[in-house]
Design a protein around this ligand. Sequence first.
Ligand code: INS
Ligand code: FE2
Ligand code: FE2
Length: 311
Amino acid sequence: MTIIIDQPHFGVEEQEKKVPIDETIVTDEQKELLLNGGFLVAHTNSFGHTFRDYDAESERQEGVENFYRTNHINQTYDFVKRMRTEYGKLNRVEMSIWECCELLNDVVDESDPDLDEPQIEHLLQTAEAIRKDYPDEDWLHLTGLIHDLGKVLLLPSFGGLPQWAVVGDTYPVGCAFDESIVHHKYFKENPDYNNPAYNTKYGVYNEGCGLNNVMMSWGHDDYMYLVAKENNTTLPSAALFIIRYHSFYVLHRSEAYKHLLNQEDVENLKWLQIFNKYDLYSKSKVRIDIEKVKPYYLSLIEKYFPEKLKW
Ligand SMILES: O[C@H]1[C@H](O)[C@@H](O)[C@H](O)[C@@H](O)[C@H]1O
Ligand SMILES: [Fe+2]
Ligand SMILES: [Fe+2]
């Protein structure tokens, strides 16, 4: 018998990929969750709570809430515009994708209630989990590996931005902040909250205008998208979409802001929803043997990227 738990809106291809798993594998005691393709993950995170529980009393709760308070107060339309222009210059560093992965050894994300490991672990856990279930989609493995590389913005040579300008969930600026955004109450202190140009459903946008025309709160997603695009990656558009919007949880989980999507966004969203399961549920204390998997990922980097990139 096939047991499918927490299945989101997968496309037809995904329905076909589900592998029947014996019911006895998924018992309450094992507390395991089954993703499509048979990828089994813990029901709870490393701190004993369900994933993305922002109110659970855990050792990370207070820090994460403080993070979102500062994030929500400071991410304004003007701030995002300035950051896009500044980082669009890509004039800070020259290096390869793998060199960048290694830099993430020193980065810990303060916004994440589910993970306090160095980010390089998370990259490999995500990529390897996808690789198990989608062995033929090498572009998706590489997307897993690089999706969070933008977190290098925290490091001094990339401008040493504060955590609130790099990590955490993202959302559009220039229109009303949706109530389903984590710790929404803190937007009340954001200057845009009371600005009539920016606080209506559409704000500065139009129905179906397409996400490409929407300014998202600034962080690692948009930055890495920019780096990949401007360095002429040959990754497909779904990969760029995943990189750019993977932190836009209220869209891919709660279906907020759907009125801004165009047809291409709707297509790409299907891949993002698949990707998200691996990004989120692969977070654990189980380490990947980096040296063992490195040759495989180097070959993918060579296939889809130039040797050195401008950052
Ligand atoms: O705390 C996490 C983390 O920063 C992730 O990298 C981001 O993609 C998520 O949206 C966020 O909730
Ligand atoms: Fe991320
Ligand atoms: Fe991630």
